[in-house]
Design a protein around this ligand. Structure first.
Ligand SMILES: Cc1cc2nc3c(=O)[nH]c(=O)nc-3n(C[C@H](O)[C@H](O)[C@H](O)COP(=O)(O)OP(=O)(O)OC[C@H]3O[C@@H](n4cnc5c(N)ncnc54)[C@H](O)[C@@H]3O)c2cc1C
Length: 428
């Protein structure tokens, strides 16, 4: 492979890199995708929900062919306080009706492999088991990549190497990752027969649950998630690294508590853990986007550029990764000199709504920074519920009394509720 030349070299076969390679190859460009894992997806980990509109933007009808798990019909938020749990569920048939349901649960090993095969059908060349170590620069312009002993050249290089992008660092577009800018995600995939999953979650065949969990991180900033796949459940949690390092329990211990929780264990009971992994997730939202996700001869896409949103009710990274990959491809196809596609790329990110979407939800970072969300508020919610549902033969307290007692028990004041409520409304 020494000294070969391509129109474009894409580093990383995640959704961002593959979307870009797909479009460029479809338009007849010679594209090489270099992936460090032996197979696309083999090293990748996500919570598990994918919004389908992004695939439809790659090619209409692609969703119908994709390796997907269950269409998400049940949106849930669970608040945990000790052994208690409050669950809010939203069921919307319009999310799963029509030819293209709004979102599906996915497993990255199969999804990424399938998506890569589609790019190959378009003519992209994908090589696995090779890690790109560095960029080749000539006169201030990126002209290729170095992988081990090999040098490969291209008119443009696309860095799609994920959240802790070595390539963006090598290009001088970002520094070392700050610990407060990322969460540590851990996840288990627990196998169960499809009919058991459908019965336990009250689902119709092929339908699924996306559940975000608050209050399961022992006060550490973060939260849990649960997604139902065809014949497995993805259960995981995300923690802020600095806080977890100083905590009395390890990530593993906190996660085991979550698994054994009375509202979780019956859902996974009897299942077999077939996968366990960890991954970083970008937490900075709009403020974490690279100031300049390009250089002469280089475009940075997906997580590598910081295109991830966490609103507390959902995490969106895969769809934005695909859109940014498409934006890069559109920019390259629109310019006569691909090395200078940076400003076209920025315009395409606007046009495809990546930047406007991220800007709109920018304030969620402030909302999720409210410390009381991770301890006092979950306990307060459970205490209010307990007051409402407890019947013990005594005269039941009035609602006002239930709320004031719950506030007092959790060292909260009405002022806290108003202040944080206003912050929440303003930031969302
Ligand atoms: C715990 C957790 C839960 C999440 N939940 C969701 C969710 O439910 N929904 C959602 O939309 N998003 C979710 N996300 C975010 C989502 O996973 C990412 O935003 C998305 O995967 C970004 O895609 P990408 O292509 O940019 O990067 P990645 O998917 O990380 O792909 C990068 C690729 O580059 C390869 N690579 C890296 N370095 C090199 C190198 N030097 N040479 C060659 N190859 C290299 C990697 O092996 C990998 O294949 C979650 C993330 C985490 C960690």
């Amino acid at each position: 492979m020494s000294e070969e030349r391509f129109d474009a070299i894409v580093i990383g076969a995640g959704p961002a890199g593959i979307a870009c390679a797909y479009k460029l190859a479809q338009e007849g460009r010679e594209v090489l995708v270099i992936e460090r894992a032996d197979q696309p997806g083999a090293k990748n980990l996500t919570g598990g929900r994918f919004y389908t509109y992004a695939l439809e933007m790659v090619a209409e009808g692609l969703t119908a062919e994709a390796e997907l798990e269950r269409k998400v019909s049940h949106e849930q938020i669970m608040i945990i306080s000790g052994p208690r749990a409050v669950c809010v569920e939203y069921i919307d048939p319009s999310f799963v009706s029509g030819e293209v349901p709004q979102s599906y649960t996915i497993l990255r090993a199969s999804f990424d492999r399938w998506f890569a095969s589609k790019a190959e059908e378009m003519g992209a060349m994908i090589v696995g088991g090779i890690k790109v170590d560095d960029l080749i620069e000539k006169n201030g312009r990126i002209v290729g990549v170095i992988a081990g002993e090999d040098e490969m050249y291209a008119d443009v290089v696309i860095a799609a190497d994920g959240v802790n992008s070595l390539i963006a660092r090598k290009a001088g577009l970002r520094g070392e990752i700050a610990s407060q800018s990322v969460g540590i995600g851990v996840k288990e995939v627990i196998e169960l027969p499809p009919e058991v999953i459908e019965q336990r979650f009250n689902l119709a065949t092929g339908e699924g649950v996306a559940r975000m969990i608050l209050g399961c991180t022992e006060g550490i900033h973060g939260g849990g998630f649960l997604y139902t796949n065809r014949d497995s459940i993805s259960l995981g949690a995300v923690f802020m690294p600095e806080e977890v390092a100083a905590h009395r329990h390890s990530v593993h211990e906190i996660f085991q508590h979550l698994k054994m929780h009375p509202a979780i264990y019956p859902l996974i009971e009897g299942g077999t853990t077939v996968e366990y992994g960890g991954h970083l997730v970008s937490e900075d939202g709009y403020d974490g986007i690279l100031k300049r996700p390009y250089r002469e001869g280089l475009l940075v896409v997906g997580d590598a550029a910081g295109f991830v949103i966490n609103t507390g009710s959902s995490i969106r990274g895969i769809d934005l990764a695909i859109l940014s990959g498409l934006a890069a491809a559109e920019a390259l196809l629109a310019t006569s000199n691909p090395a200078l596609a940076g400003s076209e790329y920025m315009k395409a990110l606007e046009r495809l709504q990546v930047l406007p979407t991220m800007k709109t939800v920018r304030g969620y970072r402030d909302l999720l920074n409210i410390e009381r969300l991770y301890g006092p508020y979950p306990d307060f919610a459970a205490d209010v519920m307990q007051g409402m549902y407890r019947v013990d033969g005594k005269v039941p307290p009035k609602m006002k009394k239930i709320i004031t007692t719950a506030l007092k028990q959790n060292k909260l004041s009405l002022w806290n509720l108003i202040k944080d409520g206003l912050k929440g409304v303003r930031s969302a």
